[in-house]
Write a protein that binds this ligand. Structure first.
Ligand SMILES: [Zn+2]
Length: 103
């Protein structure tokens, strides 16, 4: 995947198009991510030991990775990333706009 947990991304589709948030969970097997406070769905929670009150809760629904784009840590713009070997020999992603390493 081109994004991972902890990345700041911009959403490209759906109700939250254009909004930014941080990835709280990545699911590489399903090509999906959950982004904090975005793509919320309401869940009707029955009373349970963990939530004795029950009620309606908001929860992040998975977004397909093709519908998010990484926001560069350096230039703060949505950007495509490339991959390269850094000076320290690690594989890193870099911003195709400004060249800053993202990992
Ligand atoms: Zn950049």
């Amino acid at each position: 995947m081109h994004v991972k947990k902890g990345d700041t991304v911009e959403v490209l589709a759906g109700r939250d198009r254009g909004k930014r948030g941080q990835i709280i969970l990545a699911e590489p097997k399903r090509d999906r991510v959950r982004v904090e406070k975005l793509n919320l769905v309401k869940r009707h929670q029955k009373p349970s030991p963990q939530y004795p009150e029950g009620g309606i809760m908001s929860k992040e629904a998975p977004i397909h990775v093709s519908n998010v784009i990484l926001v560069c840590k350096s230039c703060d713009k949505p950007t495509r990333t490339g991959r390269k070997i850094s000076d320290s020999g690690k594989k890193v992603r870099y911003c195709k706009r400004c060249g800053a390493e993202q990992d």
